[in-house]
Design a binder for this molecule. Structure first.
Ligand SMILES: *Cc1c(COP(=O)(O)O)cnc(C)c1O
Length: 356
């Protein structure tokens, strides 16, 4: 156990903030970073002194194992500010739990909870001015850990760096997205790493996603690798289908990531008398539902976009359009979730975490 005293962070502050160089009305997602970053190295079987320093480039050796074997995992989370200037995280302990679940699968040592929470809250407190209040504004937070040991034999590293960097963000994917249901490529397999936020999972999606984009679609909805008959998730988002008035989403598994937005949306839907079925969903069922008019909505859920509505899907060279609808669950549930995140409504779940 690491006690709180040992968890004092070494802090080096910037001399001058860069915040005045940033146009907060024109932010490309994930390109600007706040003044500071957190890091902590794992050496000699121990996490060393955690540090917060000015955001900067760093050096690693060309033989660092991450560059050869992809031993790296990450998290994505957000901080929000209410209209009084108070800053909040959303379910941060779940991100801590999940990065360690991901880490364990990649043979990376777990990062202690008090280091994680203290590093995170100290960093956010220092860069609090970078969080803007108002609709859709947030600070995107990226914790990650990777193998830095300089050695290229194919084995788990003995040295790692854990880091947190932060990037101011505006609302993401405002337009509805058009997607392809995967028929050839797969994102994850039984017994694989699909449930982990492993860096390599995303690299493996870039090529098939680019092929989809060349056909005019923004994303791929992944199907099960065995049969391509069941719909699983979108690769950075979990996926929900509204059939008549019921929401249906696939159960999490070793191929599907346990999204924090997904489980929050399930809870909010149930508490608002929206029936939810967590079960496997067949491609043929969704095509049939689209043909007979019972498919009302498809949307993805994830930290970056919160909820992203889907307006069409392609499968078997056939395109299925999903007409716009009034009182969409996507809008209703997004509003309920964002109101909790931004301290605009009562949080009976204890999901908000105030940074003081
Ligand atoms: C991060 C991620 C999600 C969404 O998870 P949230 O906790 O809701 O942000 C869904 N699927 C994959 C593969 C992901 O990496």
């Amino acid at each position: 156990m690491i006690d709180q005293k040992q968890c004092e962070i070494d802090i080096e502050k910037v001399e001058n903030t860069k915040i005045h160089d940033v146009d907060f009305d024109k932010l490309d997602f994930g390109r600007k970073f706040t003044d500071h970053m957190f890091y902590c190295d794992f050496i000699d079987d121990e996490w060393q002194q955690p540090k917060i320093v000015p955001y900067q480039a760093m050096t690693i050796e060309p033989s660092a194992r991450v560059l050869h074997y992809g031993q790296a995992v990450f998290e994505g989370m957000k901080a929000y500010k209410d209209t009084d200037g108070n800053a909040f995280l959303f379910r941060p302990e779940d991100n801590h739990r999940r990065i360690n679940i991901s880490a364990a699968r990649l043979a990376i040592p777990e990062f202690p909870k008090d280091y994680f929470m203290k590093g995170l809250t100290t960093l956010i407190e220092m860069d609090k001015d970078w969080i803007k209040s108002g609709d859709g504004n947030s600070l995107y937070i990226r914790p990650f850990v990777f193998a830095i040991e300089p050695a290229i034999s194919a084995a788990p590293a003995e040295a790692y760096r854990f880091m947190i960097i932060c990037s101011p963000a505006k609302a993401y994917y405002t337009d509805k997205v058009r997607v392809i249901f995967a028929e050839e490529y797969s994102r994850s397999a039984n017994g694989g790493v699909g449930f982990a936020k492993a860096a390599g999972n995303y690299a493996a999606q870039f090529y098939p996603t680019r092929l989809a984009q060349q056909k005019g679609y923004q994303q791929v909805i992944w199907t099960d690798a065995n049969t391509h008959e069941y719909l699983e998730e979108a690769g950075t988002m979990n996926i929900f289908f509204r059939i008549n008035d019921t929401l249906v989403t696939a159960p999490i598994s070793d191929r599907i990531l346990d999204g924090i937005t997904r489980k929050s949306i399930i809870q909010l839907a149930e508490d608002n008398n929206i029936p939810v079925e967590v079960r496997r969903v067949k491609v043929s069922e969704i095509k049939e539902a689209s043909r007979n008019g019972s498919l009302k909505e498809i949307f993805g859920t994830g930290t970056a976009a919160v909820i992203s509505a889907i307006s069409a899907f392609e499968h078997g060279n056939e395109v299925f359009e999903i007409p716009d609808m009034e009182n969409a669950y996507a809008d209703l549930l997004k509003k309920k979730l964002v109101n909790i995140q931004q301290n605009q409504s009562v949080d009976k779940y204890g999901w908000r975490y105030e940074i003081k």
